[in-house]
Design a protein around this ligand. Structure first.
Ligand SMILES: Nc1ncnc2c1ncn2[C@@H]1O[C@H](COP(=O)(O)OP(=O)(O)OP(=O)(O)O)[C@@H](O)[C@H]1O
Ligand SMILES: [Mg+2]
Length: 251
């Protein structure tokens, strides 16, 4: 079942006399339970695509359909609600609220949505266990390491079991060991919680955890790899690097 679909997406930015074509006709879909990585050189349109998929910005042309709803057909208020209830975001910068504890940060989306956080206690316990921070639930962000903060940001994005999790360089600020732990968590949230994920990354080691890798160049999808469940991480990594070299995506 398709959970997210982009049809002929275009995005042009006008800055004075300069026109930037960030996306030039992207067709893309994601099935429920799938984990997709988006790769491509700097400036190729990855973040722009993720923002349009998440309703954070409007396309100049084309449509985004999330859970059967066309985002551009909705009012601002409806898009905000749609985002709140159906989309989880994880960014490179963790954006945790410094005065709240880990647990309060994780529950924030539920509270903002006007729901009773007590209803989420069971799932909160499961998420704290998943991210390995059960004993840190009352710590504030400045009492957590960078990797721990990013795990809290992930749990916050997952708390209301969104139809889709969108992640832009979730390992961008982490060292290689912490990145690996983060990628294992994303993989487990897909496999164990059935979470659908679209992740933008520069790192072929991170992309190797996905089921499929889509390569963008100059605002268009250039190529993709669908992994077989038998492919191990080193094999996936080699396939990704080979395409990066072929497309001259290596930096
Ligand atoms: N708000 C904006 N106004 C004008 N131009 C923009 C804006 N946002 C992005 N762009 C331009 O659109 C193009 C695509 O940008 P985007 O951020 O999507 O790239 P990216 O693939 O995410 O790059 P990176 O890997 O560096 O994060 C770039 O040329 C960028 O300069
Ligand atoms: Mg980007």
């Amino acid at each position: 079942m398709k959970i997210l679909e982009a049809q002929n997406l275009h995005k042009t930015y006008e800055l004075g006399k300069v026109t930037v074509r960030a996306l030039a006709g992207v067709n893309f879909s994601v099935s429920a339970g799938e984990f997709v990585a988006i790769m491509g050189p700097s400036g190729s349109g990855k973040s722009t695509l993720l923002h349009l998929l998440g309703g954070l910005d409007q396309p100049s042309g084309g449509v985004v359909i999330l859970s059967g709803q066309q985002l551009s057909g909705l009012s601002d208020k409806q898009v905000t609600l749609m985002r709140r209830r159906n989309i989880g975001f994880v960014f490179q910068f963790f954006n945790l609220l410094p005065t709240l504890t880990a647990e309060e940060n994780i529950l924030l989306p539920v509270i903002i949505d006007g729901q009773d956080p007590r209803k989420y206690e069971g799932f909160l316990v499961r998420l704290l266990d998943l991210i390995g921070l059960t004993d840190r639930r009352h710590h504030r962000p400045d009492q957590l390491s960078g990797g721990e903060q990013q795990r809290v940001a992930l749990a916050r994005a997952l708390i209301n079991q969104p139809a889709i999790l969108l992640a832009d360089e979730p390992t961008g600020n982490l060292d290689s060991k912490t990145s690996k732990a983060m990628m294992e968590l994303l993989r487990r949230s897909c496999t164990e919680l059935g979470q659908t994920i679209v992740m933008v990354t520069h790192d072929p080691r991170a992309a190797a955890y996905a089921d499929r890798v889509v390569f963008i160049k100059d605002g268009q999808i250039n190529q993709e790899i669908q992994f077989s469940s038998e492919d191990d991480l080193p094999k996936r990594y080699r396939q990704i690097v080979e395409i990066m070299e072929h497309l001259e995506l290596s930096e």
